[in-house]
Design a protein around this ligand. Structure first.
Ligand code: PLP
Length: 399
């Protein structure tokens, strides 16, 4: 700093020393831009010839480090070179990836029981780009083949497994094999599992998206998403879409996500253990009807889940004897579980899908996928599992 300048100028200048020490933890780069050493260096970075940072919408050291960490988790042990891009939300991960891969006139095949927001995205936004979506049941392989044969403009198969809120599963290997034979790209929303429980790459899937808002962060304090793919000729186009749509995340949310990732394995172990315990016990509890959990041996999807998941995860859903009134009373009587419209936090969360996450979904579609008025969804936390069971039993008594 020129010591001839005044204190007013001195105040405005940044005070920094980030080059002489090596931080043990990932620093939070709260900066919108980066100093460019010279005009020539800037050109090298802008044209992608040299790695570096210029402007945080294009990339930022904190954001990039965490995105790559998720990619390395998704490809862990598989010998795949994957890239990971953090986005401002799970929805922006989905919309950015789709916009970069699709052209007007293309078509998508997906399931009817997607995350509610994703169904709406296909119906209300993606449709306006001239992209048609076919909603089918993937349990029926003949139907899938027929849909593929009859619709040659299908370019993408988009999947969620297990799916919200009934935890139905889709055989990833079977679908990816069929998709490859038709030259179709596959995308899996891996939010419910995280790479610790399920690695879609292992089963031949091309792209993975996450709402990191949920289990990856785990503490309910940031909104975010991730796009993960194998590094290839499409990678640059996806990054370009992210940069131009502007669905980039911010360094603070990336940094919070990084904290969450460190405890992912022990959280997922505990979520899975507690959910299995509750599912097994609730299946034997008076006042509770059907229990949906792919980790129950008599569940319709147990064999598929066992094949592709390391454990069965923390989401369960179950029907309260009666109807909507009883389900709502039950939720109101719980003390330990919080009534909140998210999932994957360390504490237990409960939701009534018919009047919240699936309120905007047609009744006929809800009926088809078992989203009944007496169904409640639980994101089982990492509390003491007996405390949770007791809370549920107490609440059932006072319906
Ligand atoms: C929450 C969620 C999304 C959307 O993520 P946001 O971070 O809320 O945008 C997408 N898919 C699944 C499975 C989700 O649970």
């Amino acid at each position: 700093m020129n010591n001839k300048s005044s204190i007013q100028t001195f105040c405005v200048k940044e005070s920094k020393d980030n080059k002489t020490t090596s931080p043990h933890q990932l620093p939070l780069y709260a900066t919108s831009s980066f100093e460019m050493e010279s005009v020539d260096d800037a050109i090298e970075i802008f044209t992608g010839k040299t790695k570096g940072h210029v402007y945080s919408r294009y990339g930022n050291p904190t954001i990039d480090a965490v995105g790559q960490k998720v990619a390395d988790m998704e490809s862990f042990g598989l010998g795949i070179d994957a890239f990971g891009l953090l986005t401002s939300s799970g929805m922006s991960a989905i919309s950015t990836l789709l916009m970069s891969l699709l052209n007007a006139g293309d078509e998508i095949i997906t399931q009817g029981n997607l995350y509610g927001g994703t169904t709406e995205l296909f119906q209300k936004i993606i449709s306006k780009q001239g992209v048609k979506t076919h909603f089918i049941k993937f349990d029926d392989e003949e139907l899938l083949k027929k849909t593929l044969d009859n619709n040659p403009m299908c370019k993408i198969i988009y999947l969620e497994t297990p799916a919200n809120p009934t935890l139905s599963c889709i055989d990833l290997k079977a679908i990816s094999t069929l998709a490859k034979s038709y030259g179709i790209v596959t995308i899996v929303d891996n939010t419910f599992c995280t790479p610790y429980l399920q690695q879609p790459f292992k089963h031949g899937i091309d792209y993975i998206i996450h709402s990191s808002t949920k289990y990856l962060n785990g503490h309910g304090n940031s909104i975010g998403g991730v796009i993960v793919g194998k590094r290839n000729e499409s990678t640059h186009a996806i990054w370009t879409a992210l940069k131009l749509i502007g669905s980039t995340t911010n360094a603070w949310d990336a940094w919070l996500l990084n904290n969450g990732l460190k405890t992912l394995s022990i959280r997922m172990d505990k979520h899975s253990e507690n959910a299995l315990f509750l599912a097994e016990n609730l299946a034997l509890t008076d006042g509770i009807g059907k229990v949906n959990y792919c980790g129950l041996e008599n569940n319709r999807y147990y064999t598929i889940a066992k094949k592709q998941m390391a454990q069965f995860g923390g989401m369960i859903s179950f029907e309260i004897d009666g109807g909507k009134r009883e389900a709502v009373r039950f939720i109101d009587q719980l003390n330990l579980c919080t009534h909140a419209p998210t999932l994957g936090d360390v504490d237990t969360l409960i939701l009534h899908p018919a009047t919240s996450s699936h309120l905007n979904i047609d009744q006929s579609l809800r009926d088809e996928y078992g989203i009944t008025d007496n169904l409640v969804r639980m994101s089982v936390g990492i509390e003491n599992k007996t405390d949770l069971l007791n809370d549920i039993k107490e609440a059932l008594k006072s319906i």
